[in-house]
Design a protein around this ligand. Structure first.
Ligand code: 13P
Length: 251
């Protein structure tokens, strides 16, 4: 049985003060009972991580970062390494979000290196993938997703996979208010699980959590999370409101 996971990706939102207040709100909204049936992760900006680690201590909520560099260390001004994240400590890191693929030219090959360096430093990974509107309209969505998964994660062994969650985030559904229908999402999630079976094996495929992300709200979460291969969500906008985020966790 795969335990549900709801992860909040705060993106480049909140300063230290408003971020801390939001985290406090989350801590008072999310009850111990909520965490029995659902894991909860918060992917905060780098600047917030140390303070958040102290605040989340003992809460059962997992702290993550939104990115790491693909090299171990060196002359990469302004970058943050997986080792630095592990030393905060954070437990998990997002890799391959579509905004980074688009604005920072992150290729599947670079992302494969990020996954490796993150796992080597003891971090869990949420690996994001998903097609653009143009790719979907061209009928290429299955092929795009296949390349993203195989080229980004094809090198992992079964043990690596126990630390990896994947998140389907169709680019056309992110921040647009346009959610993929539960059927559209399920179809890709099922395809992704088949790909994991090909890369690893059936047990790994059955144990790997596949999240959906893209305009998830308390009102549409139950239907999405009710699908056979959707194991939770990666939440953007709605994660910035404690009440909405808790509503999604309860869905
Ligand atoms: P929205 O929930 O704002 O559409 O963002 C989804 C997302 O990109 C999460 O990583």
């Amino acid at each position: 049985m795969r335990k549900r996971l709801v992860a909040g990706n705060w993106k480049m939102n909140t300063d230290m003060n408003s971020g801390y207040l939001l985290l406090k709100d989350l801590l008072s909204e999310i009850k111990e009972d909520d965490l029995k049936s659902c894991d909860v992760h918060v992917y905060a900006p780098f600047t917030h991580l140390k303070v958040f680690h102290n605040s989340l201590n003992g809460s059962g909520i997992v702290l993550g970062a939104q990115n790491c560099h693909h090299k171990d260390s060196g002359a990469y001004t302004g970058e943050v390494s997986a080792e630095m994240l592990a030393s905060v400590p954070v437990q998990s890191v997002l890799v391959g979000h579509s905004e980074r693929r688009e604005y920072c030219n992150e290729t599947n090959e670079i992302l494969a290196e990020k996954v490796t360096v993150a796992l080597r430093n003891g971090l869990d990974v949420i690996y994001c993938f998903g097609e653009t509107l143009e790719q979907r309209e061209g009928g290429d969505h299955f092929a795009v997703v296949e390349t993203q998964i195989k080229n980004g994660l094809g090198h992992l062994n079964a043990e690596d996979w126990s630390k990896v969650t994947i998140a389907y985030e169709p680019v056309w559904a992110i921040g647009t208010g346009k959610t993929a229908s539960a059927e559209q999402a399920q179809e890709i999630h099922k395809h992704a699980r088949t790909l994991i079976k090909q890369i690893a094996n059936e047990t790994v495929a059955n144990n790997t959590r596949i999240l959906y992300g893209g305009s998830v709200k308390p009102g549409n979460a139950s239907e999405l999370f009710g699908m056979a291969d959707i194991d939770g969500g990666l939440i953007g906008g709605a994660a910035l409101d404690a009440n909405s985020f808790a509503g999604i966790i309860r869905a």
